[in-house]
Design a protein around this ligand. Sequence first.
Ligand SMILES: NC(=O)c1ccc[n+]([C@@H]2O[C@H](COP(=O)([O-])OP(=O)(O)OC[C@H]3O[C@@H](n4cnc5c(N)ncnc54)[C@H](OP(=O)(O)O)[C@@H]3O)[C@@H](O)[C@H]2O)c1
Length: 414
Amino acid sequence: MSAVPFAFLVHPRARVSDDLARVWSPLGRVPEGVADRAVRRLPLRPFTMARVHLPDVTPDPVGRVVLVPFGARHMLEAPHAARDRVGAAVDLAARRGAGIVGLGALTATVTSGGSTLAGRTDIGVTNGNAYTAAIVEDQLRALLAAQPDRARRVAVVGATGSVGTTLVRLLARDRAVEHLTLVARAGGRLGALAGEVCRRVPTTISTDLHDVRACDVVVLLTAAADAVLRSEHLAPGAVVLDATQPRNTSPDLLVERPDVTVVDGGVVSVPGLRLRGGDIGQPPGFTYGCFAETALLALSGHTGHFSLGVPTLDQVDHVRAIARRFASLGFRAAPPTTFGRPLAVPAADPHPTVLATTSPATRASSPHTPREPATTAGSPAVVGGPGGASTSATGVEAVDGVTGRALVAAGAAR
Ligand SMILES: NC(=O)c1ccc[n+]([C@@H]2O[C@H](COP(=O)([O-])OP(=O)(O)OC[C@H]3O[C@@H](n4cnc5c(N)ncnc54)[C@H](OP(=O)(O)O)[C@@H]3O)[C@@H](O)[C@H]2O)c1
């Protein structure tokens, strides 16, 4: 199959004027309040802010970056208006001949991972989250492999989202971690996910970010306009893999907590990749996982939709196979950086030997290690797989109404 042109949607992130300056530098001098109000209130149309070039493939542009003129806060506060603007950007992409369009940052969140665009037949849609989850998994496994003596208690914050759910399923499939703590604001979906994966990896759920203090590594996959994860949430020496856009960690975290390491997540190396006309916050040769998925699908000649809502693990495997096919162009996790600066983490095999897990009986009867979260905060709901403790009808008991947290400790079944 021959390549199809693609489009990728982006929007201004937390500071609207900073990101508009990436399109035209004088816009960076517009006071933020003015830029924010203008973008929120004026019926601005989407436009092509950059052409995408892969000179190793063709001298012609292979795609375009379309800017949705609506800030991150606007997206979350006015999702109906945001969906209309995303729809207009998809219209533009289709009119310009794109065969597939990728949903960058919160354009995926406001369309329920692209599900609200499923009825479109004029263009394929992908949220890019299958490859993003694959890259975040590779990065996480490389971080764990680089510190083999470190415990492998991993928190996924934003676990019930499109990337989060996919990552959790990937980690459970391979039993890649010792223990999972799944965090989001809504407890119900957390319980369902925990009920699904706890048969393979002991799993705790919580709606309270403070419970990630029990974890050695925190993967951040929330959809918020500003910092969500703060210094008081983190254990001494914790590693944070932050794949959010806009970033839900602040560089101040490193000042307040020099013992903590923050690694930029979801970044892909494609050495020949160039954007002409504007940048989207990555240097030449690097891009985001969701952009890379869109580019890979386009290069492979994919037609129709791909990742919508929560990607399946088959889709992750499929897009990984496409990435292997185009490995001569790169398409692998970027070397580690922290807020864009190189970070010294030893290189490691991202797919080390699968961990052995403790027996179900041991885990179910003794689920709480000294650093496990909030064991006294309420009655933990226990879910067991075959051979483990009893499972409630809904999979997991409801969130503790007093503390706002829910706990599930479960044994891994074989
Ligand atoms: N680096 C990359 O290449 C790349 C690619 C794709 C996506 N992303 C980024 O990854 C993040 C997740 O994307 P997505 O499409 O998976 O989003 P999503 O489907 O909207 O999921 C967001 C998740 O975060 C949770 N959440 C939101 N605010 C929270 C808060 N304040 N505290 C705790 N949990 C919170 C949500 O659950 P509740 O609503 O129940 O809290 C949900 O589980 C976004 O920032 C997106 O821009 C990055």
